[in-house]
Design a protein around this ligand. Structure first.
Ligand code: NDP
Length: 316
């Protein structure tokens, strides 16, 4: 039998956006309840070393940073729950949500911090080196630094791939870009920038066959020209995938305004407000541009402050 729980603030998702929102909401005595979601800790738990989050002069591993954020949220008595939200109903005055264990939640405010999921090719070798932190990454800004002075390969042909290839070109001796069609999807200006960068080589009509290595680290990429069928190996120590992200917003689409690629639209730029009063968004679920832990944390803070002001205005 399902149980109804009332709360003033429900936080959905446990990346840097969710935990920062929790810390602020808890310190404002909103007694937040967080459902961690399918991947507790979010995308950072698949990152090896985080060196660009201010306050960690020696760097920190992604999983360790998320444990610290969780501990900080719990210190102020955030109710952190292992589980995920399967359904919401924002049609009435009360914001309703249902957890995977059947709990029905009635929340005065909701902070959506469900993030986005990077897409990967799905090759076994790619997933192996991704899991062990052996040279596969979906974030050049996060991990490019580890490959400075080395050769890297990047897959993709959109704006992200171009931006990331250009970023890598400043650090790496050579960047090989694998484009599966005979053209870019990226905007002309981004594609031109890549074409005009001397240490970026673009291979069109090229698919990835396998990520090569000794089991511990990446040493190359086997590629196939999908017109000629010819295969060859490219030496590299870093294999970057930039084929898009999927924002984790499916359960909200009936109620929350999304853009054409599924990202949540801010109702009022410069705030965390969605089109539903009392429902706020933080982090990558609404951000296809920056996608950084520190920007997610910043918007998490904004969402908690907006939620608190919303409650105050309602006389809570
Ligand atoms: P996109 O969906 O625009 O592009 C994804 C790219 O990956 C496409 O070129 C696609 O190829 C390729 N791809 C997809 N699957 C595979 C696969 N299995 N193997 C090989 N290649 C594959 O994603 P982005 O992340 O680049 O951009 C998302 C949105 O964010 C866009 O609207 C973009 O304009 C925006 N953005 C804007 C930026 C800016 O303006 N500074 C920076 C970054 C993003 P194909 O073309 O063959 O389908």
């Amino acid at each position: 039998m399902s149980e109804i729980q009332k709360m003033s603030c429900l936080i959905i998702g446990s990346g840097p956006a969710g935990y920062t929102a929790a810390i602020y909401a808890a310190r404002a005595d909103m007694k937040p309840v967080m459902y961690q979601g399918m991947q507790p800790g979010g995308q950072l738990t698949t990152t090896n070393e985080v060196e660009n989050f201010p306050g960690y002069p020696d760097g920190v591993t992604g999983p360790e940073m998320m444990m610290q954020l969780e501990a900080q949220a719990k210190r102020f008595e955030t109710d952190v729950r292992f589980g995920f939200i399967t359904k919401v109903d924002f049609s009435g005055d009360v914001h309703k949500a249902w957890a995977d264990d059947g709990t029905e939640i009635h929340a005065d405010t909701i902070i959506i911090s469900t993030g986005a999921t990077a897409k990967y090719l799905g090759l076994e070798s790619e997933q192996h080196y991704l899991k062990i932190g052996g040279g596969v990454s979906a974030c050049a800004v996060c991990d490019g630094f580890f490959y400075r002075g080395q050769e890297t390969v990047i897959v993709g042909a959109g704006d992200s791939a171009c931006e990331e290839a250009h970023y890598l070109s400043k650090l790496c001796t050579k960047v090989t870009m694998l484009v599966r069609k005979d053209e870019f999807r990226a905007s002309k200006i981004m594609a031109e920038r890549v074409k005009n960068t001397s240490n970026i080589e673009i291979l069109f009509n090229t698919d990835t066959v396998e990520v090569l290595g000794d089991g511990q680290g990446v040493s190359g990429t086997r590629v196939r020209n999908n017109v000629t069928g010819k295969e060859h190996d490219i030496p590299c120590t870093g294999f970057f995938v930039a084929i898009g992200h999927k924002p984790n917003t499916d359960i909200f689409q009936e109620y929350i305004n999304l853009d054409e690629t599924g990202y949540i639209r801010y109702e009022q730029p410069g705030t965390s407000k969605t089109n539903v009063p009392g429902v706020f968004v933080a982090g990558d679920a609404a951000d296809k541009t920056y996608r950084q832990a520190v920007t997610a944390a910043g918007t998490g803070c904004m969402a908690a402050l907006d939620a608190e002001r919303y409650l105050s205005a309602k006389g809570h």
